[in-house]
Design a protein around this ligand. Structure first.
Ligand SMILES: [Zn+2]
Length: 150
């Protein structure tokens, strides 16, 4: 599928140094609609929805937020801590909405594996089914999310 002018505009906002230092695409050379379609296929294959992942990311984010930046452990398994950063970031999909820049660091103690995300990630997964490109610093691979968040 050829990229539309709108998709090209979105893609350019996702490059490093535009909205964020590292950008959203990593070393991914696929077109945006392909990245999203591939992850949607993966979601179907592993039997989980973008909403279910977004709900879980949001739950942990809210818990971390409400703990006033103290590190907390939930269900003896999930260690979370929020790093607040002032300011807002815009959605690269050209929504007129700003998202807080705070980032949560999440460790699944059973696997000793770490994930990090921001409110923008939650929004992009829920509303755009966008988990970021291959090898992007903050890609939240659906399969890894399924393993670590539930
Ligand atoms: Zn958006």
């Amino acid at each position: 599928m050829k990229e539309t002018p709108m998709e090209m505009k979105i893609r350019s906002k996702m490059l490093p140094g535009n909205l964020t230092r590292d950008g959203f695409l990593g070393d991914d050379t696929r077109e945006l609609n392909e990245i999203i379609a591939d992850d949607e296929r993966l979601l179907t294959k592993i039997g989980i929805t973008a909403d279910e992942i977004a709900d879980r990311l949001e739950y942990f984010y809210d818990e971390a937020y409400n703990s006033f930046e103290e590190e907390i452990i939930i269900d003896k398994t999930y260690k979370i801590k929020l790093l607040s950063v002032r300011g807002k970031i815009l959605c690269p999909f050209s929504h007129p909405a700003g998202f807080p820049k705070g980032m949560i660091t999440f460790t699944n103690l059973k696997y000793n594996e770490v994930l990090e995300w921001t409110p923008l990630n939650i929004h992009m997964i829920r509303d755009h089914h966008f988990f970021e490109g291959r090898n992007s610093t903050h890609r939240l691979d659906p399969e890894i999310c399924k393993k670590l968040l539930f």
